[in-house]
Every structure is written in structure tokens, then in C-alpha cells.
Design a protein around this ligand. Structure first.
Ligand SMILES: *Cc1c(COP(=O)(O)O)cnc(C)c1O
Length: 364
């Protein structure tokens, strides 16, 4: 098994590298999922999860990919029609799920690397009769960070419109103030900034989200926000949970608390974003790299970089892999034009600097 000294070469934008201590924590025997031990286990995660999500509400934990909770957001939160903010592949996925579940979808599109701004959202909401808005906070396919707090203010100025947020690469990596910003549903997956193995989805639902869901009879069964909320409030799982992943989650929540808490985690991610920005204004820029998103709209967990003229993102990622390191190539239509560095989870500035050196090395 890999030891801690070797940690920090796997910069994929999900799944992210899992610390050996976390892998170790999973090697525990099973327990009954309807017994006191299960209640105790979920009780130990209860407060740390509320802190992680910046909410007073019980956090919902499900056994599925993050896309499962995206579907739950739609089935439980959209009555008839949603306005979907689309600036990349995951925004489009949200819209496609609205469509696939028989609701009407209105897409508000911006070019890749851009974000929908509050005035655009306000204008769109004035001209369309929708009952929910979907938004991806940190669009992992482009590295763009939506101005979520401002967008939420706009949504709240309209009556009875819910805000459904994909926080998959923002929760645990940068500030997401669920209660203060009034997010009706926000979710993430275990394999992103939480740096756990894939397989858990985590989310928080507002009271009005749960109330709305109660009045949508065809909202489904396995991924029903009402069932999740009731179970979470009683410190119960909905169905047999991925127990080993819950062991990993508890170990990770302990590690987060021991290393300064959630704000220290945000700070480390911000420092990583700044490290890439400094590299772009220095040696990386000299080599011809540039940022895809504008300043002030860059995710703290993922950097999507345009590659130098005449170079190819996929080939750069391959050359980096030959050195024993992993980064993401571009996503979809950006495959050739960009590379993506997933500096989230348990990564550090120090290892990121080492990675940037490797990238320089393969280009020279
Ligand atoms: C990874 C990712 C998803 C999908 O996560 P899965 O666990 O694969 O379903 C959704 N949204 C964003 C922004 C992501 O980065």
C-alpha cells in the first residue's frame, strides 16, 4: 500500500487522491444498519457534516454517485419547469435530467469558461415562468466558478422559485454558505473535494424544498428527499448504506477537524488556486499557458488551462502520465485545447508546485 510520503501525484478532477489513512479506515467489519451502532456512527458525523455544509439542517448521505442527488434535486424540487444555467458539461447534465424526468427545461447558455451573471439571471427569470433554477457552482469541465451568493439573491427576489445547486467541486473546497445564502438544495459527491473514494452523495435540503417535495407525488422512491430528510433527522440510513465509505467519511471529518476545520480547508484550496495563477503570470504564461475562465470566476478546486498554441491538451496529459503524475485532459469539446488540474481534497501547495514543475518539464 502507498505510504503518506508518496501522496500527491494524482491531480485528476475527480476521483481525487485518497489519503492512505482514509483507505485504512475502511478496513473495519460490518455492523447492522438498523442497530444502535449505526445510530452512533451517524451521530458522530452529524455535527461535522452540518459544519461542512454551513447549515443547521441535518445533512443527507446517500449511497450513489453525485448525479443521483442531482436527479433527486430535480425529482423532488422541480414541479413543472426549471431554468437551467449551462456553462459546461455538468450544467448541461442538470438540464438533461430535468428533461429526462418529464419536466420542461429552459436553458440559459453561456460560452465555455464563462458564468451566468446575476443580471442575466434576473432578465431570464422575468421572461420565463419557472418554479426552480439549477446551477453548477464550480463547473468542473471549464474551471469556472459561478457567483453563487449573488445568483441566490436574484432567485430569492422571485416568489416560490427554488434554487438547486450542484456543489460537487465546491463543497469542502471553497465557501458554500448553505443557510446564509438560502440554497434550497446543494449536493456533492464523496470523490471530489472531500477526497474520499467514490460512492457517497451528500446534500442539504431547505425546509421549503422538503415541503415542496411532499406535494410532488411522482418524485420517486430511492432518491426521495423527504425520505432522506426523515431518516437523517432520526440518524438512520434510508437503505443499506455503503458502510465502508461511511467509515472513511468519519475518518475524514476527524482529519478535517484536526487540521484547522473547514475554513482552513478553504484557505488551502484558495492558496492552490493562487499558486496556479502565479504560475500563469510567470513561467507557465511564458510557456504559453492561459486560464480559461476570467479572473474572479476561477474555481479554487480545479484549474482549466488553455494549452500553448500548437500543443494538444490530451498529449500533455499523456506526457505528464509518463512521468508518473496524473492530470485531467480537457472535457468534451475542450479536450485538445485545455488541460485540467484537480487541486482539491487533500492536495497541498507544495505538491502542486512539484506538479507544475513536471508540466514545465514535459513542455521544454
Ligand atoms: C464529478 C461531477 C459530477 C458528477 O459526479 P458523479 O459522482 O460522477 O455523479 C457532477 N457535477 C460536477 C460539477 C462534478 O464535478
Amino acid at each position: 500500500m502507498m505510504n503518506a510520503a508518496e501522496f500527491g501525484r494524482f491531480f485528476l478532477p475527480g476521483p481525487t487522491e485518497v489519503h492512505p489513512e482514509i483507505l485504512q479506515a475502511m478496513m473495519r467489519p460490518m455492523i447492522a444498519h438498523r442497530g444502535q451502532q449505526m445510530v452512533d456512527l451517524l451521530a458522530s458525523a452529524d455535527n461535522p457534516l452540518r459544519e461542512l455544509f454551513c447549515t443547521e439542517r441535518a445533512v443527507l448521505v446517500g449511497t450513489c454517485a453525485a448525479t443521483g442527488f442531482m436527479e433527486m434535486a430535480v425529482r423532488s424540487g422541480v414541479r413543472h419547469r426549471a431554468l437551467c444555467l449551462v456553462g459546461g458539461a455538468f450544467g448541461e447534465r442538470f438540464a438533461a435530467i430535468v428533461d429526462a424526468t418529464g419536466r420542461d427545461v429552459i436553458r440559459l447558455n453561456v460560452p465555455l469558461g464563462n458564468t451566468i451573471e446575476p443580471d442575466m439571471l434576473e432578465d431570464a427569470l422575468r421572461h420565463s415562468d419557472v418554479d426552480a433554477v439549477t446551477v453548477v457552482h464550480s463547473e468542473t469541465s471549464t474551471g469556472a466558478l459561478a457567483p453563487l451568493q449573488e445568483l441566490a439573491e436574484v432567485v430569492h427576489s422571485f416568489d416560490d422559485v427554488l434554487l438547486l445547486v450542484d456543489g460537487v467541486t465546491s463543497i469542502a473546497g471553497l465557501p458554500v454558505l448553505t443557510d446564509d445564502w438560502g440554497l434550497d438544495f446543494v449536493f456533492t459527491g464523496s470523490q471530489k473535494a472531500l477526497a474520499l473514494p467514490p460512492g457517497l452523495a451528500l446534500g442539504a435540503a431547505s425546509e421549503r424544498m422538503v415541503e415542496r417535495a411532499r406535494r410532488i407525488p411522482e418524485r420517486g422512491a430511492y432518491l426521495d428527499v423527504v425520505a432522506f430528510q426523515e431518516a437523517a433527522t432520526k440518524l438512520q440510513p434510508t437503505n443499506t448504506p455503503a458502510l465502508s465509505l461511511l467509515y472513511a467519511l468519519i475518518a475524514q471529518l476527524d482529519r478535517i477537524a484536526a487540521s484547522g476545520g473547514i475554513t482552513a480547508r478553504w484557505d488551502r484550496h484558495e492558496a492552490m488556486r493562487k499558486t496556479v495563477e502565479e504560475w500563469i503570470s510567470g513561467r507557465g504564461g511564458e510557456l504559453g499557458f492561459g486560464y480559461l475562465p476570467d479572473e474572479d470566476r476561477r474555481s479554487w478546486t480545479i484549474s482549466c488551462l488553455e494549452v500553448p498554441q500548437g500543443r494538444n491538451g490530451r498529449e500533455i496529459a499523456k506526457a505528464v502520465a509518463e512521468q508518473g503524475w496524473t492530470i485531467g485532459s480537457g472535457y468534451g469539446s475542450l479536450k485538445e485545447r485545455t488541460i485540467r488540474i484537480g487541486h482539491m481534497g487533500d492536495h497541498t501547495v507544495e505538491r502542486l508546485v512539484a506538479l507544475l514543475d513536471v508540466i514545465e518539464g514535459v513542455l521544454r
